[in-house]
Structures are given as C-alpha cells and as structure tokens.
Design a protein around this ligand. Structure first.
Ligand code: NAD
Length: 313
C-alpha cells in the first residue's frame, strides 16, 4: 500500500530532490505531496519529476508561516492522512548580529522553528490516533554546534532540536517515529541566496573589525569548506529515503562523515572550551584548508586521549 508523504519547501534544493526521489521510487511505494509557498515556482520540480506528476506526485501550496495555509493544505489531503511528514522548508541568515534587525531574526525563527512546530501540531494528532507515522525534520549540524556569524540560524536549529528531543519521548508511546536529519554544507540555493545577501549587506551598527572578520576571514573560509566538504541535495535526499525506509530509524542522523569531528568535539569536552577554541583557531589562526582539517583532527585526538582532573578547591 502506498504511503502518503508530505514535504514542505519543494521548489528548490533538498526538498525538490526528496520529492523527486520518492516519486520515482521503482516500486511506487510513495504518494508524494510536494508543497511550496508559491506554486508559480513549480517548473523546476515538475521538470525533474517527469511523468511522475499526476501519478505518484501531487502538488499543493503551503506556507509554513501561515496557520490558514497549513490548515487548508492538510484539510485538502484525502482523509488528512499523512504517513510521513518531511519538514524541510527553512531559511538561512548570516552576518554580524549587530547589523541584523530583530524582525529579520524573528523571520528565521518563524520559518525554521515555528513553521516546523506548526506543521507537526497539525499532522501529529492524526498520527497519534492511528498509532503510526513518521515525522522527519531537516535540522543541520548547526542544530548541534554553534557556528560563528550564523548565530541566529544556529539558534533556530538548536530550538527545533530541543523541541524534537522532547517530543520524541511521548511520540514513542504512540508508535509515531521522529527523526532529525543533520547535514553539513549542501550545495543548494541556500548557499547562493546567502552569499547574494552578504554582497548586498551594509552592516549598519557593526564596527570595522567585526565587518572585516566576517567579510575577509569568515566568508572565504566558509566558501572553502562548502567546496571541500559540501554534499549534493541528492545525497541528502538519499539519506532521507534511507531513514524513512529503515525499520528502526535513528533519532539523529548526521549525513556527512567529514563533519562528525565537529560534533564529537562537543561531546568530548562538556565544558565547551574545546569547541570554542578549535573554532577560534580555525577562523583566526589558520588560513588553508589543510590546516583546518589537521587542526580539527589534532584537537580531537588530544581530547580523546587526555583525561581531565578535578580540583577539590
Ligand atoms: P533552499 O533555499 O533551496 O530550500 C529551502 C526551501 O524552503 C525553498 O524552496 C524555500 O522556498 C522554502 N521556504 C522558505 N520559507 C518557506 C515558507 N514560509 N513556507 C514554505 N516553504 C518555504 O535550501 P536547502 O538547502 O534545500 O534547504 C532545505 C533545508 O535544509 C532547510 O531547512 C535548511 O536549513 C536545511 N539545511 C541546509 C543546508 C545547506 O547547506 N544548504 C545544510 C543543513 C541544513
């Protein structure tokens, strides 16, 4: 029997690729309801989906920031029956906090945090009633580890991680599965959109040193990291498919093995010093990527081998 899968944010990037991959499933196991804010942006998805449109793929409009839009969309699904909900819609935000308005920050939380919560609130009660379902949330490595100049974006992903970690416990009682996907850098418009915004930014309120660290130090190293370690949206779609097809899906799913040292550092030193100092060194003391990789590995090895002592006074 076909499973109904509803995905948010399918006009581009990871959401588009997940929709296409599931709609093209050879055994036709999925009825994909691909949603997007603005249906005028459907062409790229439809082109990639080919003849699956109208068969295993349907399109609906949905803005995760609107109660009405979410309600109307879910009401229009047959019996409101969704087996798998994939919360993918999200926006990025980059730059010195001093130059970002409170409204811009709230917009990020509205989409990344409240948007996902709104979707879960609408779909979860039916899943609980049926004692079945799977909720997927597109988080990020930045949901686990803070990253300089991504302060607010990171906070929004931490927020959704905390929400899901809490929800997972009661959902287990109702046989509803909940999984986080945590990609590192992925080559999508996300990256392009942010770089365009950075180029336009005027940095009101930020001092010259901060602007320099952001534009001349952070941005080039971030581009290097994307180039060296970035995955494709297809990679993330395949990981997501694996998670939904697993009989016992994991709660947390990092997708990029090259990125796991970042998370390991956090758990290797619960005082947080290792993470903060490693990132400091990466940003301000090393230029080349070689150094970056080496220093991550070096710090990791040291901390794993070193035993901390505790002082009695
Ligand atoms: P993207 O910009 O191509 O896709 C995001 C999609 O969300 C877009 O189609 C956008 O229109 C949609 N969206 C934004 N606001 C919306 C709203 N209010 N309602 C409905 N849709 C809305 O970027 P992407 O990389 O494919 O991002 C998908 C998800 O992956 C995001 O949650 C992002 O945080 C996460 N992610 C991305 C990366 C990366 O490096 N690209 C890394 C880790 C996690």
């Amino acid at each position: 029997e076909q499973k109904a899968v509803l995905i948010t944010g399918c006009s581009s990037g990871i959401g588009l690729r997940i929709a296409v991959l599931l709609a093209r499933d050879e055994q036709k196991r999925y009825h994909v309801i691909a949603t997007m804010r603005d249906l005028r942006k459907k062409d790229r998805l439809l082109e990639a989906a080919g003849d699956t449109y109208g068969k295993t793929l349907a399109l609906l409009s949905l803005d995760v920031c609107s109660d009405d839009s979410v309600r109307q969309c879910i009401d229009s699904v047959k019996d409101r029956h969704i087996d798998i909900l994939i919360n993918n819609a999200g926006v990025g935000l980059l730059g010195p906090v001093e130059s970002i308005s409170m409204d811009e920050m709230k917009r990020v939380f509205e989409t990344n945090f409240f948007g996902t919560v709104r979707m879960i609130k609408e779909v979860m009660p039916d899943m609980k009633k049926r004692r079945s379902g799977h909720i997927i949330v597109m988080s990020s490595v930045m949901g686990l580890q803070g990253v300089v100049f991504n302060d607010v974006y990171t906070a929004s992903k931490f927020a959704i991680e905390g929400f899901c970690e809490s929800m997972a416990v009661q959902l287990l009682k109702f046989n509803v599965k909940l999984s986080l996907i945590e990609p590192g850098p992925v080559h999508t418009e996300f990256e392009t959109k942010m770089m365009e915004e950075v180029a336009k930014m005027e940095y009101p309120g930020a001092d010259a040193d901060t602007v320099r660290y952001f534009k001349d130090v952070y941005i080039p190293s971030s581009i290097d990291i994307f180039e060296a370690l970035g995955q494709t949206p297809e990679d993330i779609a395949k990981c997501t498919k694996k998670v939904i097809e697993s009989s016992r899906p994991r709660f947390r799913n990092l997708t990029n093995s090259l990125y796991t040292p970042i998370v390991a550092m956090k758990y290797a030193d619960e005082t947080g010093g290792l993470s903060v100092h490693t990132f400091y060194n990466l940003l301000f003391n090393f230029g080349s990527l070689m150094h970056i990789t080496m220093s991550i590995l070096k710090c990791l090895t040291c901390s794993c081998l070193r035993r901390r002592t505790i002082s009695p006074d």
